[in-house]
Structures are given as C-alpha cells and as structure tokens.
Design a protein around this ligand. Structure first.
Ligand code: PEP
Ligand code: MN
Length: 342
C-alpha cells in the first residue's frame, strides 16, 4: 500500500483478496502496510488489485515461502514471549535472548535450582522437556504434566518465560495451558499437522531445523505456522547430519546469515545438541552469535553425570556464566543486547 494509506483502503483490498478466494495477511511496517494475498495465483486478479485505492503496486513473491520471506516483511520481526506472569522477552532485531535449562525436567527441586543458576548468570528464558523425543522407546520419556506444572510455577516465581517441546497435536491444548512458547523439535519439523495446530494458537513457536532439512524446507515449515495466523515464529539452527562423526551434529553456521537474508524471522542457535559435548558448546555458541543469530538455547545442569538425558553436552553453571560473558561482548559488535530479567 502507499505510505499512510487509510484503513478503509486497506480493508477494501483485504476484502477483495478474500473475494478472489485467497487469504489476506497484513504486515504493518514503519512506513507502509503490506498485504499478502496467499492463495491460488491464477485466481488473483493482479490488475484489479493494482487499480484499487491506496495500492502502490502488486508484486508476486516468487519464493515458495511467502509470509516468512523478507519480501513480505522488510524489517526484522521481533517476537515477544511471556509478559503476563513473567517479564516480556523480545527476540529479533536488536534483541538477543539466552534460553537455558536442563534437557529434561527430572524433578521439581532440580528445575528450580538450575533455573536460579541460569537466571543469575544471564538467561532470560527457561527451557526444559516434559515430553522427550528419544531415539529409543526404552529411554526416559519425560514426566509429562507434573513437569509442566513445576516449570510454570518456577517461571512465574522468577518472572522468566518458559518454553517446552510439543511432540504431538494431542499435546497442544495441554502444553498451551502451561507454557509461554512451544518448541517444535528437530524430529518434528515436518510434522505438518502439528505445525498447523500450534499455528492456530497465539503462543510463540521455536521451530528447530530438521536433521536433514534444507533452509528452504525449514522456512516452508515456518510458513505452515504463519499461514494459520500465528506470526510469532523463532527459527532455531541445532545442527544437521553430515558425514562428520567427531561431533553429534554439524551446526550449520552459514544458515544464520542465509536466514537473515531470506527471512524476517529471528533465528537462534542451539550449540548443545549440535556439539553433543560440553567442551565445544561455548565455541559453537560464539560462532553462531558472530554469524548474526538472535540468541541461543542451551542445556545446563549442576550434575551432568546424573542427568536423565543429554548429560555430556550440559554446561556446568560456571561454564555457562563464562560463555555468557563472551557472548555479551560479541553481540555488542552487532549493536544487539541480551534480554535480562534481573
Ligand atoms: C531438546 O531441545 O532437548 C531436543 C530434543 O532438541 P532437538 O529437537 O533439536 O534434538
Ligand atoms: Mn536435549
């Protein structure tokens, strides 16, 4: 739309898009409003739209992901998490985030202890799994709803938003009640029904990259969430399968600037699952932030040898503190700042 196009003109264009059988998606930028028309191209009469009041031009977006593309939304999107019982944490643009916590919530005391430790050392959000996607059906699968209750209570007490993984459409309603943000795990990046289901909620979605997904596949998965009306998607690079076997997965550092070019969505990195080893976590996190990531999600445990899962990659609290000191210096170069709830 032309800069300062009146609301009546915007509403009229949206109504015309609907009449053509497509769905209008509004993106209000600093200077102008962009109206995305998502639907069958053949049914969209571009010259009719171009002739409507207030329309500046009609531009076909060639990328298969439309709402996730920079063409649709020129500025960086800033996703806001929490803000009711907790602090409101911003992710994207100039706002960086550190999400930290254990791989899985093992009991109430351990979660509170780790939460306080990471809060005191620079985390603004808490992570923890109540439902775990394990390679073996005989491995610990997570404690379910009791773990969600402990996380919620702890997040409220410390004023820190929480995120936790949802693995199945049947869990969305339950998890939505407790969490501030959904995490979609790497193994579920192409669980399209699940993407649609979280897309119908208004809770932010942290979407991990699949183990063998291209950046384009990943953005198309984000598109599933966006297409349902949920605009709050944070992408997370967590390492992909390569032939390299000295590490668990290879963190694709390059995907960060590629995402920043192709998409307006914030992107964070997960150095824990990529490395699989705590001694590599800080270096990989630093590389991700230096490549332009908007934050990290990282696993921390005070006694990794006793952890129910992913102990070898969990940072000790003091290692976490040292890493955060380094990351804070790196983000300053990019004129970004880590959110703090302290
Ligand atoms: C996790 O965050 O604990 C996890 C299982 O991550 P991913 O889906 O990236 O393997
Ligand atoms: Mn884990």
């Amino acid at each position: 739309m032309k800069p300062n196009a009146p609301d009546a003109a915007i509403d009229r264009v949206a109504a015309e898009i609907e009449r053509m059988g497509a769905k209008p998606h509004l993106s209000r930028g600093q200077f102008r409003t962009v109206i995305g028309a998502v639907g069958e191209e053949a049914n969209i009469d571009q010259s009719h739209l171009a002739a409507l009041d207030g329309v500046e031009r009609v531009v076909p977006i060639m990328k298969p992901y439309k709402l996730a593309s920079r063409e649709f939304h020129e500025d960086d999107s800033v996703v806001e998490v929490g803000g009711k019982a907790t602090a409101k944490v911003k992710i994207g643009g100039k706002h960086a985030v550190c999400i930290a916590g254990p791989c899985t919530v093992e009991n109430e005391d351990m979660f509170y202890r780790i939460a306080r430790e990471v809060r005191d050392r620079g985390a603004a959000m808490l992570r923890g799994g109540a439902f775990k996607p394990r390679t073996s059906p005989y491995s610990f699968q997570g404690l379910g709803e009791p773990a969600l209750k402990w996380m919620r209570a702890c997040g409220d007490e410390l004023k820190m938003p929480i995120c936790t993984e949802v693995m199945d459409t049947r869990q969305v309603e339950l998890i939505e009640k407790y969490t501030d943000a959904f995490q979609i795990g790497a193994r579920n990046m192409q669980n399209f029904d699940l993407l649609r289901e979280v897309g119908k909620t208004q809770k932010p979605v942290i979407l991990k990259r699949g183990l063998a997904a291209t950046v384009k596949d990943w953005l198309l998965s984000a598109e599933y969430v966006l297409s349902q009306g949920n605009r709050s998607v944070v992408l997370c690079e967590r390492g992909i399968k390569t032939f390299e076997d000295s590490i668990r997965y290879s963190l694709d550092i390059t995907s960060v600037p590629v995402i920043n070019e192709w998409s307006h969505l914030p992107v964070i990195v997960d150095p824990s699952h990529a490395a699989g080893r705590r001694d590599l976590v800080a270096a990989i996190a630093a590389a991700g932030m230096a490549a332009g990531a908007h934050g990290i999600i990282v696993e921390v445990h005070y006694c990794p040898s006793e952890a129910q899962c992913d102990g070898p990659q969990a940072l000790l609290p003091d290692q976490f503190a040292e890493m955060m000191g380094q990351l804070k210096q790196i983000v300053r170069v990019f004129k970004r700042e880590f959110a703090s709830t302290m």
